[in-house]
Design a binder for this molecule. Structure first.
Ligand code: S3P
Length: 170
């Protein structure tokens, strides 16, 4: 099959702290298109912050809302789209991504921890963020790789350099 007629010009995946939002905004700016992120869509649909969804409703409901947000955004959005770090956990979502220009922002623990924890709290990293992050990345690396059309090694690069690398690769 030949992918969708339209859809996001770039989809960014990667773990928390890989710079998806910063790089996504930089890419959108360069390309003169809109930026959208499924975490924000989930917050809007639930009417509360992600940490509260995890606490009040649990991770399974969060993943339901997230899968729906990804499906909608892939169908509607034509700019740059960043996915929440765990969106690739769902088989259904990975199948949808096969038709899209997906870039995996690969990152090591060192660069990731410089970013995570600085803004909104990530429920899944509570307790021991470094150990949890390592576990997440170990579990998900094969999934990010599976959905990616390109893998960008981001360690030591500025957001603009990563944006450049994504554009060159896709
Ligand atoms: C999650 C990552 C978060 C957010 C939620 C769960 C994850 O998004 O969707 O806290 O499972 O890795 P970011 O990747 O934007 O931090």
């Amino acid at each position: 099959t030949s992918g969708p007629a339209s859809g996001p010009v770039v989809v960014l995946v990667g773990p928390p702290g890989s710079g998806k939002s910063t790089v996504g905004a930089a890419l959108a700016e360069r390309l003169g298109v809109g930026y959208r992120d499924t975490d924000a869509d989930v917050v809007a649909s639930a009417g509360k912050p992600i940490a509260d969804i995890f606490l009040d409703d649990g991770e399974p409901l969060f993943r339901e809302l997230e899968a729906a947000a990804v499906r909608t955004a892939l169908a509607e959005h034509t700019g740059v789209l960043a996915l929440g770090g765990g969106a690739v956990l769902r088989e259904e979502t990975r199948a949808l991504l096969a038709d899209h220009p997906v870039a995996f922002l690969d990152v090591g623990l060192h660069d990731a921890v410089k970013r995570v924890g600085l803004d909104a709290p990530r429920p899944l990293l509570i307790g021991s963020p470094r150990a949890r992050w390592r576990e997440l990345m170990e579990q998900r690396r094969p999934l990010y790789t599976e959905v990616a059309r390109t893998v960008v090694a981001t360690d030591g690069l500025t957001p603009d350099q990563v944006a450049e690398a994504v554009l060159n690769a896709l």
